[in-house]
Design a protein around this ligand. Structure first.
Ligand code: NAD
Length: 340
């Protein structure tokens, strides 16, 4: 089996996960690194081995004629030139979420790849958690009936100055929505297999926030299959202990996920205790990223249908943008109105 030859661009927090997962994969090999920051290159080379290194993805692709794929984990700002460079060579891309910081820009990027039929996958690793797949199995098996409403709560005190975290969210507009809630909104669509129709939202920034823009999001979503989801997320919780609960109320019980990487339970309506769903061991940031990578390689090498396509991602980005607009204008926003 010959390994897929991958250029890894963006060697920060997420790039380190990617270097780890790509290095461990027998189906891939990293053929070049790209990052404008020499100390980022040095760190990754020290951890995962020396490779030809370049200051940009464009240069790395130009200098690596045998490259077969691009994993792009730079900040989501100004990715057009890197995408064009890959598309010109017909090189499939796995790009970190959010694809861009507006639906319009993301739609343009998707079009660039679609026009020439080059796969563009978005790094929605949370879809590949076992807990996500098990939740979908519970819903499909009708174990607790049909889902009708849910509460999704994500509470975290994210110290944006911690050395092991990226820094651009400290100054970007709506950091919680674009960087974090995007995963949660995508999961809602994926797990319920319904598309969002309407949202009423408010975003705000607590007085103690270290973020320039809003770290808090409250949103009430209506989906086309009738699901109603009440969402609350914060990066500036008053308590440093993280809390997560995604509870789905169904016609004969509930499903409750109590950790973003696991802890799945269910109960039928009249049961007084929750039943735990056993999940296999999970290495945080690795196991689910490995599964995401497998899906990408299946597409590139075996021609499997593309998962997490850029086109599909636009709807989740529209949920993000609709929340910001709803808050700004104090009104409910239809999600489709943002899709042009
Ligand atoms: N899927 C997930 O679970 C997950 C987790 C964390 C971050 N992310 C995403 O990964 C992306 C990167 O986030 P991060 O936390 O690693 O940020 P980071 O700031 O830690 O790292 C970004 C790296 O990209 C480099 N860079 C900047 N411009 C570049 C360019 N043009 N070409 C190549 N490299 C460039 C920077 O020098 C830096 O080393 C973002 O889109 C973020 O949302 C995803």
């Amino acid at each position: 089996m010959t390994a897929l030859r991958v250029v890894l661009a963006g060697l920060g927090v997420r790039g380190k996960h990617w270097a780890d997962v790509l290095t461990r994969s027998p189906r891939c090999e990293i053929v070049a690194y790209a990052d404008p920051n020499p100390s980022a290159v040095k760190r990754i080379a020290g951890l995962f081995g020396e490779r030809p290194a370049f200051a940009s993805a464009e240069e790395a692709l130009a200098a690596t004629p045998d490259a077969q794929a691009l994993v792009l984990a730079n900040p989501p700002i100004g990715r057009e030139s890197q995408i064009r460079a890959a598309v010109e060579r017909g090189i499939p891309m796995l790009i970190e979420k959010p694809l861009a910081l507006s639906v319009a820009e993301a739609a343009q990027l998707v079009k660039i790849a679609e026009n020439v039929g080059v796969p563009l996958m978005v790094g929605l690793n949370f879809r590949y958690l076992t807990v996500t797949q098990e939740t979908m199995d519970l819903l499909a098996s009708d174990a607790v009936g049909k889902p009708e409403f849910a509460r999704f709560t994500y509470e975290r005190y994210r110290d944006g100055n911690r050395p092991d975290l990226n820094k651009y969210p400290l100054t970007m507009d709506q950091p919680m929505l674009w960087e974090q809630s995007i995963h949660h909104f995508d999961l809602m669509r994926y797990v319920y297999q319904q598309e969002p129709v309407l949202v009423q939202a408010q975003t705000w920034n607590p007085s103690w926030s270290m973020y320039e823009s809003d770290a808090n999001v409250a949103a009430l979503f209506t989906f086309d299959g009738g699901m109603i989801v009440n969402y609350q997320g914060t990066w500036q919780s008053g308590w440093a202990e993280p809390r997560f609960e995604w509870r789905t109320d169904c016609s004969n019980g509930i499903i409750s996920q109590r950790d973003q990487f696991g802890e799945l339970h269910y109960a039928h309506r009249n049961e007084s205790t929750l039943t735990r769903v056993d999940l296999p061991p999970h290495e945080t940031w690795v196991t689910e990223t490995q599964a995401l990578l497998e899906a990408f390689v299946d597409t590139v090498i075996d021609g499997a249908p593309l998962q997490c396509s850029g086109r599909d991602h636009l709807m989740s980005l529209a949920m993000v943008e609709a929340c910001a607009l709803s808050s700004r204008e104090s009104r409910a926003v239809t999600i489709n109105s943002l899709l042009g």
